[in-house]
Write a protein that binds this ligand. Sequence first.
Ligand code: NAP
Length: 277
Amino acid sequence: MNQKTAIVTGSSSGIGKEISLILARNGYNTFATMRNLDKASELKFIADSENLQSLHFEQLDVTNPNSVQDAITNINNKTGRIDILVNNAGYGLIGAFEDTSIDEVKDQYETNFFGLIRTTQAVLPIMRKQESGLIVNISSGVGRFGIPTLSSYASTKFALEGLTESMSYELEPFGIRTVLVEPGVIKTNFFNSTIVAKKSQDSNSPYHGFMRSMEKNFTELMKNNSSTPEYVAKVVLESITADNPKLRYLAGQDVEQWMDAKRKMTDEEFHNMFKQM
Ligand SMILES: NC(=O)c1ccc[n+]([C@@H]2O[C@H](COP(=O)([O-])OP(=O)(O)OC[C@H]3O[C@@H](n4cnc5c(N)ncnc54)[C@H](OP(=O)(O)O)[C@@H]3O)[C@@H](O)[C@H]2O)c1
């Protein structure tokens, strides 16, 4: 059987790191990509200790068109094919909507949304020629419902949900499938690297109360109801190995509960439930 080639963006930590590992451990020729290769040392150590010869590293910054194109060209030159792309790179932007500057929102889109578009468009001509491929986009529970102080971040994930659902129709005739993985709260660096909108850092912001209660809620969710990045990686592997992958996979008990509530409740009931958190 020909070894399949997989590319994972944002593999320096968290979910991307675990996806790269699980794919390499399961025999995929895996390219763990990251914007700063100095951050590959932990993955390299694990790869060496497990003798994971199918794990490789490539520099890729999703916000830089040359970096994306060079990485995809290098990988394709080495392997001659690209079977799986996992668009995972992303970060959080927290802040009240009114407090968030347009530049902060643009930066957020540049990574979470345009970065994904850039990388996917670089890979598609290769998948289309080989008449097969799978694009896995790491979305979020907040790609399905909005919550206070995460309007910009949630909107990038809503955007990629619409993008993925729409492009699935166009790509299926070429043998290319698309998948959305929607994690709940996951224990990673995500919350440490989340950017807080400048104006929302000010205790005089009229939205300071929202910021404080969301901070408290996230801390509690993280402590009591979060899942591990290894769990998300397992869900991603499940989608990749499925004969007929679903469009959406939830990843985490919390997000399963929320989506269950969303299915059973009216929008107003769901809104009131979150208001009470
Ligand atoms: N943790 C959660 O609760 C949660 C929930 C739902 C969805 N997600 C999504 O899961 C994905 C991974 O997040 P995580 O939780 O694993 O957080 P993480 O540990 O902070 O990992 C984020 C990864 O994205 C990379 N990245 C950021 N900007 C990049 C860029 N311009 N180019 C390439 N890579 C870039 C980071 O690289 P550096 O190390 O260089 O910064 C890092 O490797 C994100 O898309 C996030 O939105 C997370």
